[in-house]
Design a protein around this ligand. Structure first.
Ligand code: HEC
Length: 150
């Protein structure tokens, strides 16, 4: 009787092992399929990334001041190469306003990629800046320029 019970337990045990192996295989097959699908979609991922949703971003003006003082100040204080300037005798509200009218999403995108033959260089030369850092720096400059976005 004990032997029968033992063999039944063994059968049940191996049965379980087999089933789980089978399950694993199935899982792997699904994984491979997902990878294949991703590969097919790869060219799309290389296309222009979707515009950043700036409406979900909140500006940290203190961080913006740090980034501005480290990178953007070099051109945006005195207005090098036609950059909108903050320095009192170079500051023109309309220089800031006409750019603000493009919308924050565009300004952020131009800050990331560079703008006008890179007169405005990619990331404003702050290569370790995140999108949030650049957003903060733009917000800080606009706050100083006393121009708001629509
Ligand atoms: C090497 C000089 C230089 C530096 C450094 C620089 N900028 Fe600029 N930036 C420019 C110039 C020049 C323009 C004006 C381009 C134009 O309108 O022709 C500009 C324009 C911009 C604009 C407006 C873009 C548009 O679409 O009109 C934004 C926003 C901006 N800069 C953000 C930044 C930020 C943020 C930093 C720092 C992280 C920075 N810039 C650092 C030169 C610079």
């Amino acid at each position: 009787m004990k032997k029968i019970l033992l063999s039944l337990t063994l059968i049940a045990f191996f049965g379980l092992v087999m089933t789980s192996c089978g399950g694993d295989k199935k899982a792997k097959t699904t994984e491979t399929k997902t990878t294949e699908v991703k590969k097919e979609e790869a060219p799309k991922a290389d296309a222009k990334p979707a515009a950043i949703d700036v409406s979900k971003m909140t500006a940290n003006l203190e961080n913006g001041k740090k980034i501005y003082s480290k990178a953007c100040i070099a051109c945006h204080f005195t207005g090098v190469s036609g950059a909108p300037a903050l320095k009192a005798d170079k500051y023109k509200k309309e220089d800031w306003q006409k750019r603000a009218d493009k919308g924050m999403a565009t300004l952020l995108e131009h800050s990331i990629t560079g703008f006008n033959n890179n007169l405005m260089p990619p990331k404003g030369t702050c290569m370790d800046c995140t999108n949030q850092d650049l957003f903060d720096a733009i917000s800080y400059m606009y706050n100083e320029a006393k121009v708001t976005f629509k």
